[in-house]
Design a binder for this molecule. Sequence first.
Ligand code: FES
Length: 358
Amino acid sequence: MAQDDHSGSEIAAADSSHAANVPAVKTGTALIPTDAFENPGFPPHRPRVTDEDPAKEKRAQRTVYTLFYLSILGSVWAIAAYMLFPMEGNNVGDVRLNNMFVGLGATLALLGIGFGAVHWAKSLMADVELADERHPIGGNPVAREGAIQVFQDADRESGFSRRSVIRNSLIGALLVFPLPAVVLFRGLAPQDENPVELLSHTMWKQGTRLTLDPSGVPIKASDVTIGSAFHVIPEGLAEMHHGRLEEKAKAAVLLMRLNPEELNETEERASWSYDGIVAYSKICTHVGCPVALYEQHTHHLLCPCHQSQFDVANHCEVIFGPAARPLPQLPIAVDDEGYLVAQSDFTEPVGPSFWERN
Ligand code: FES
């Protein structure tokens, strides 16, 4: 151990046996630890078969570019499989086939690049072991010259410029590899429908009854007492077999009844409620979580995801949190039998903002 006490026995003069292992120091100021260990150096160099046998080098070269071409094949197959095995409707078998074949293609693409690069490095690139001293980060001209030299040496030793077949096959594999992702992203959008149209409309239309979620039982205005809140879906949604979740994700509604005097309604929306009963979209305008927590005394709705709060008494305006706009209101009325019905669809898109929202 090095100590500060210059007179201590632990402090030793530079030992000639350590001279090769310690950094250069100024005479008279250096404290040389007495427990420095010997640098074991590199193990003896063992040439590889590809260093000694040109035929084996050739074979390794063939293996490397074959792996890169296999990667290209995998990427192309992933794209083709995505089209050959489409996911239609809610058929789980289709989803399985699509995922399996697209996954196999992507796996082959990744493994081809990975194995090819490793095999190239291990069997063909220069087999020289180097020790690189740590040095300050900085760009003096000499260091920059050195860096350029390193790149040139690496290029020469790896054969990146010289072995053009391998290089080009690697570049080809890297260029083709992201293509399956582009195709898969396209699949996130609806295939034959205009996504803007889909996002702008819900199942609600004039005369659709408000029903309980999930039973689908219609709700009478007389069932809704002051202070109560109901989770609501449009009539007919509970019986749907296809696309039920997609429709519910847009049409879910919260129904609440306040004392009519506590509602601050604008003139334009005064006819959108019924005797203190109001209906608002349950889909948070931040990133679309269900706004499911209602505080009866303050008339606040809370979104549990990022704590946005909406004031039901004031058209669900945002009073806290990251949401940027109020929850859309569903205009409601009562039919001849006393059931709550929608006057129309929402007058604006529900949920988070999107790029073509009006
Ligand atoms: S999704 Fe509601 S606050 Fe973020």
